[in-house]
Design a protein around this ligand. Structure first.
Ligand code: AMP
Ligand code: ZN
Length: 301
């Protein structure tokens, strides 16, 4: 039977993804990945000189996530790697008595790994281990597959998605300058790709009632900005990039010293790769040949 799309969102989903049986987790088609590859290469061309590159696995140290404050701020989003521990007979007993299939879940125990919730967390302890940050600061290009236990799965909200980030560690002036330059560069990038966009002060989805106050203060202090592009609707555009100033949070947590003395500040610019690709398809349609020429050139299509 031929597939009949009932609305534009449904036809995009069908052209780009296949279901895996779990909400917010998809198999991605070659069409989608072609655009992801083009975006990755384009973002690399924006990389500043003296930027060190790391690609992290989709899992990271649980202790580092705890220490970085993620567990307190976003416990509802975190995923932890759990395994069956014990001797072979103990493990066999658990899986073989799993009649209806659920008993083994009760026997799972946490390991020292969590699923990476963002790409930049592992970089701060690495920088701390190197000693004082050199004059001029440090810049990194990092990426990994991220997991977030989202509560809804509308188009663009995945449980598993790819994040690329540029990170800066240095004095407050150096990192603020880095973030401001990136806000301008991101707008340039969106315009090159002919994507309708707006930049707005934003907040992270902090947990609980105390979290609401943290979110308000984050907006007031303009610590986070987002570049929004329509995916589901023009009225409610989706955050496809974020520009984050952490002040001395990671510097204090990990004991990172700036060249001028005092605690190092940090900032990161995050590209939601899957959302950027989706925004391109939502804006220009699923036929790549009909995309605007400058966008095709930028993406090597
Ligand atoms: P954040 O750390 O929340 O600012 O996330 C950085 C970027 O990752 C966002 O601007 C989004 O583009 C992307 N992102 C965050 N959460 C998700 C998600 N659940 N699904 C897809 N992309 C996401
Ligand atoms: Zn980051």
């Amino acid at each position: 039977m031929n597939y009949v799309a009932h609305n534009p969102v449904e036809s995009i989903v069908h052209a780009l993804f296949r279901p895996t049986g779990v909400g917010g987790v998809y198999a991605r088609t070659a069409l989608f990945e072609q655009v992801i590859d083009g975006l990755s290469a384009l973002i690399s061309r924006y990389r500043q000189p003296d930027t060190e590159i790391f690609r992290f696995p989709p899992i990271m140290s649980r202790a580092q996530v705890e220490k970085s404050g993620y567990l307190k701020s976003f416990p509802h989003l975190l995923g932890c790697v759990s395994c069956l521990h014990g001797t072979e007979p103990e493990i066999r007993k658990v899986v073989e008595t799993s009649g209806a299939g659920k008993e083994w879940i009760g026997a799972l125990r946490a390991t020292d790994l969590v699923l990476a919730p963002a790409a930049c967390y592992p970089i701060y302890p690495m920088v701390a281990a190197r000693g004082v940050v050199p004059a001029g600061g440090l810049r990194f290009d990092v990426a990994c597959d991220c997991f977030r236990h989202e509560s809804s799965y509308e188009l663009g909200r995945f449980q598993s998605f790819r994040m690329r980030e540029y990170v800066c560690v240095g004095t407050p002036d150096e990192v603020m300058d880095f973030r401001e330059r990136w806000k301008i560069r991101a707008i340039e990038l969106a315009e090159r790709l002919a994507l309708p966009h707006q930049t707005t002060a934003a907040s992270d989805p902090f947990f609980g009632r105390a979290g609401k106050m943290m979110a308000v203060s984050q907006v007031e202090q303009e610590l986070k900005f987002e570049l929004l592009i329509p995916i589901n609707s023009a009225e409610n555009p989706t955050a496809c990039m974020s520009f984050n100033y952490h002040q001395g949070h990671f510097g204090e947590t990990w004991g990172i010293e700036a060249a001028t003395g005092g605690v190092a500040h940090t900032a990161c610019v995050a590209f939601g790769m899957d959302r950027l690709a989706l925004a391109l398809f939502a804006t220009h349609g699923i036929a790549l040949e009909n995309w605007p020429q400058p966008a095709k050139e930028a993406l090597s299509i």
